[in-house]
Write a protein that binds this ligand. Structure first.
Ligand SMILES: [Zn+2]
Length: 265
């Protein structure tokens, strides 16, 4: 019988963070247009307090427990929310698409924490800061449209949002250190993911439909190398035909039970 054992590599996707209320901030055309960046940063500015409040959920906890007990050797995540690291920052987590917790200058590469940039944005946009304070204190409940935009007061539009250039080189613009749609995974990260697949015995996909090619490629490589593949995901995935086991189930309903059974002393 085929089983997941030995060096297990886990690949997680958006399905694991849904229960933490994580919105998706990876938009297209970030670097091409000034207006796209204004819109991105304005929305990111308004959404950041919510992002900061998001907590890991029972699925993250279960995987963490399995990893600490050596049932899982390594986790690769497609998520950019940093929630896997909340329990233990020293664990082996490869963030395939980067992290929203960090930004970098596109000119000189200067790295900044996203939290620090929030303060800069607040100073550059006093009206938006007032608006955000009113939303946070409950004085104002904005209408959020289906595409994630909010109805803004003061007759403002996203065009009025200011963002700063790099504090180090003064000319570069900051970008969140995540792979946006249409961009490629960094070469060193891609190579690391390939090495992890080669090194593992089996792979478990959790909460991902593998719609993103960079994620599907990992599972395809695992299949080509004859590794055992199991998938826990609610709904079809691109890797279903490659797996020996597919469990069509929400991961939050299953992972805690698996972790409890395996780590029972
Ligand atoms: Zn710079």
């Amino acid at each position: 019988m085929t089983t997941l054992n030995g060096k297990v590599l886990v690949l997680t996707g958006a399905g694991i963070s849904t229960d933490s209320g994580i919105p998706d901030y990876r938009g297209p055309r970030f670097t091409t247009f000034h207006q796209s960046r204004q819109r991105y940063w304005a929305r990111s500015y308004l959404g950041w307090p919510l992002m900061k409040k998001a907590q890991p959920n029972i699925s993250h906890y279960a995987l963490s427990k399995l990893q600490l007990n050596n049932y899982i050797q390594q986790i690769i995540t497609q998520n950019v929310d940093g929630l896997h690291q909340e329990f233990d920052s020293k664990k082996n987590i490869l963030e395939l698409h980067g992290s929203l917790n960090q930004i970098h200058c596109l000119n000189c590469g200067h790295i900044k924490q996203r939290s620090d940039y929030q303060l800069i944005l607040s100073n550059l946009n006093p009206k938006w800061n007032d608006f955000l304070n009113n939303v946070e204190s409950g004085k104002f409940s904005p209408v959020v449209r289906p595409d994630g935009d909010m109805d803004l007061p003061y007759g403002t539009s996203y065009d009025s949002f200011n963002y700063s250039s790099c504090v180090q080189c003064s000319i570069g613009i900051y970008k969140p250190s995540v792979v946006f749609f249409g961009e490629n995974v960094k070469d060193n990260i891609r190579q690391e993911s390939i090495d992890l697949v080669k090194d593992c015995k089996s792979i478990l996909v959790v909460g991902s439909s593998l719609a993103t090619y960079s994620a599907f490629r990992i599972v395809k490589l695992a299949s080509d190398l004859g590794k055992d593949i199991a998938i826990i995901n609610l709904g079809e995935t691109r890797g279903d035909n490659l797996s020996f086991l597919k469990i069509d189930f929400p991961c939050a309903d299953l992972l805690p039970e698996i972790a409890n059974q395996l780590t029972k002393s």
